[in-house]
Design a protein around this ligand. Structure first.
Ligand SMILES: CC(C)(COP(=O)(O)OP(=O)(O)OC[C@H]1O[C@@H](n2cnc3c(N)ncnc32)[C@H](O)[C@@H]1OP(=O)(O)O)[C@@H](O)C(=O)NCCC(=O)NCCS
Length: 148
């Protein structure tokens, strides 16, 4: 993913070879599921939504996503997240989804709230970046609160 604006919120930048390897590995694993966001006109993958840390025993998983910055603020992530949430709750029969977000990432927090997540708490100084600590906000969504 060669998008500086997106990589700001992720650990590091992968090159194409590493990225392909990552996607292959992810989709083999039982702990993660990766869904591409495809632009219908070009059939190009412009972002992803992923279910991570799948915990089948407790019926829960983490949710994360990114989208190429050219495509921001068009409603793509909102639509894609709702499709994956519907799949997670109604096909995989999960009970709860969670997401952890850097306190400075307003876009991501607003998006989570728009799809129905509630703020559950703060992990203080959970992120160390460029010599500074930042809080991480924990969000959760229960199946009963997800409006189809
Ligand atoms: C967060 C991200 C996925 C949002 O994608 P997007 O497709 O632009 O979001 P949408 O257009 O679907 O917006 C849905 C809602 O999210 C919120 N939102 C999105 N971008 C926002 C921004 N820059 N500032 C404030 N709110 C924002 C708004 O509530 C918006 O609803 P509205 O348009 O009715 O106001 C995208 O900005 C991104 O990839 N960021 C970098 C990676 C990242 O932070 N991922 C999350 C890590 S957990």
């Amino acid at each position: 993913m060669k998008d500086k604006e997106v990589n700001k919120w992720f650990g590091g930048s992968l090159n194409l070879k590493e990225e392909k390897k990552f996607i292959k590995k992810t989709n083999k694993s039982k702990e993660k599921m990766l869904f591409g966001i495809e632009l219908p006109e070009t059939k190009k993958i412009i972002g992803i939504v992923s279910l991570i840390d799948m915990d089948y025993k407790n019926k829960q998983a983490g949710l994360l996503s990114w989208l190429g910055n050219k495509y921001w603020r068009k409603g793509f992530s909102f639509e894609a997240k709702r499709i994956v949430l519907n799949y997670a709750f109604n096909k995989l029969k999960l009970h709860r989804l969670h997401a952890e977000v850097d306190e400075r990432n307003t876009a991501s927090m607003k998006l989570l709230e728009k799809v129905g997540f509630k703020k559950e708490g703060i992990k203080r100084d959970a992120i160390f970046k460029n010599g500074k600590y930042y809080d991480e906000t924990i969000f959760g969504l229960l199946k009963k609160d997800f409006k189809k």
